[in-house]
Design a protein around this ligand. Structure first.
Ligand code: CTP
Length: 416
């Protein structure tokens, strides 16, 4: 079974509930994080998702039978239990939770769960009444007391038509929770990270502005991933409709000038700046206090001024160990990005081709290349959160290669 030292090895236990069809999606999300997956199906799970489909996405044949002599000869169940860095059970049905809570080992999955010392993540999925039943409440409490991490369930409409708690947490959220716990081993602990995100707005009058299509999602995902990796994160956000990631300090700004001031006020002492914001290059030369009227034919007299370059200013003056720029290009993406890397004196630049449909603007996915002095890293199309998590790993490695700062010279004590 292929595996290197950095990829995480995950046993994905799949219970027999309707949400089992989402396990295909969950495998995809875990694989974006470079995890190696062995799916393990309960007997009933095989009614909802096929071994063929799972094998295709996981790249490893699913296991299901404790008595499968051929599979056991390849890697026996105790060996498999030792192999895992984490066990993720999604969906976990009421019955599976009951068996796990009581230490019953009557199939391959429950046997592995007893034999493993790896952390267990459990994403329940069941009818609301089953979830609220005192027996399930007792079993869940016991599993938590035994050290398992419960992920959800989420509230909402269920396959049976009822509303309430019992829906399986979305695959992307399960993957992120597992990544936080096992794959982001505080690689940025003790560091201070600044992230700029979103567009800026450059007002002409109280109702009109110049801006761009940036949604802020990639920057917010980076702030979330940096925080998960142990950093102290400040997110300087242009006008976007996104919730603040947990544990992240957010500073809202509107114009490029406000963003510049917010960044420069916080850049000294920071370790990394991710300049993800799509800063407007120009602003109207003059702001009009009153709304301009059409008959003033303002459009034909519109004068623009260039905005200051924030990331270049930080790279030139703030002595940060790492300054990472972002570039959204429509043509000659790599050549343009390399020019910006050099012109702005950045340590790295992450470039995406926004002319490619399905990535970048207005999309949950992205595909990027990170260029830096010692090479380039290509990340194929995947969700922006997964891109962010992979970039954090790359940037932590770049940061670790930096020479340690010279020790401060202690002040000479005055004599006399
Ligand atoms: N950037 C910045 N301040 C600006 C413009 C850009 O800090 N006034 C940063 C962005 O946050 C990004 C990088 O510079 O990290 C590249 O942004 P981009 O808009 O692609 O670069 P420009 O220099 O504006 O180039 P272009 O001619 O492609 O608009």
């Amino acid at each position: 079974m292929p595996s290197d030292n950095t990829s995480k090895r995950i046993l994905l236990g799949i219970g027999g509930g309707i949400a089992a069809y989402k396990s295909i999606e969950l495998v995809r999300h875990l694989r974006f994080l470079e995890a190696e997956i062995v799916p393990v199906l309960t007997r009933n799970a095989a009614r909802f998702v096929t071994a063929t489909a799972l094998q295709a996405v996981a790249g490893n044949p699913p296991r299901s039978d404790l008595w499968d002599a051929a599979a056991e000869a390849g890697m026996g169940h105790i060996e498999l239990a030792r192999w895992a860095d984490a066990v993720v059970i999604a969906p976990a049905t009421a019955n599976l939770i009951a068996r796990l809570a009581n230490g019953i080992a009557d199939d391959l999955l429950t046997t592995l769960c007893l034999a493993t010392q790896a952390p267990r993540f459990i994403a329940p999925a069941m009818n609301t009444k089953m979830w609220e039943h005192p027996a399930t409440r007792r079993n869940v409490a016991r599993l938590s007391a035994d050290g398992a991490t419960l992920l959800g369930p989420a509230d909402g409409e269920q396959a049976c038509g009822e509303f309430g708690p019992g829906r399986m947490v979305e695959p992307a959220d399960i993957a992120t929770a597992v990544w936080r716990a096992i794959a982001a081993p505080a690689v940025l602990a003790g560091t201070k990270v600044l992230v700029t995100a979103g567009p800026t707005r450059e007002f002409l009058d109280p109702v009109r502005f110049i801006s761009n299509r940036s949604s802020g999602r990639q920057g917010f995902a980076l702030a979330e991933a940096a925080q998960a990796a142990g950093a102290d994160v400040t997110l300087i956000a242009g006008p976007v409709q996104l919730p603040t990631p947990a544990g992240v300090e957010r500073v809202d700004v509107v114009s490029a000038e406000e963003m510049r001031q917010a960044v420069l006020a916080r850049a000294r002492g920071a370790d990394v700046l991710f300049a993800v914001a799509a800063v407007a290059d120009y602003r109207p030369a003059q702001f009009h206090e009153r709304k301009l009227k059409k008959d003033e034919s303002w459009a034909t007299r519109l004068a623009l001024r260039e905005n200051p370059d924030i990331v270049a200013a930080v790279a030139a003056t703030c002595e940060l160990p790492l300054v990472v720029g972002f570039a959204a290009e429509t043509h000659d993406a790599l050549a343009n990005a390399r020019k910006k890397l050099n012109a702005k004196n950045l340590d790295a630049i992450v470039v995406n081709d926004v002319a490619v449909p399905g990535i970048g603007f207005d999309s949950a996915d992205n595909a990027v290349t990170m260029l830096h002095a010692s090479g380039e890293t290509v990340l194929p199309k995947m969700p922006k959160r997964a891109i962010a998590q992979r970039l954090i790993t790359e940037v932590a490695a770049l940061l670790a290669q930096r020479p340690a700062p010279a020790p401060a010279v202690p002040p000479v004590a005055a004599k006399g």
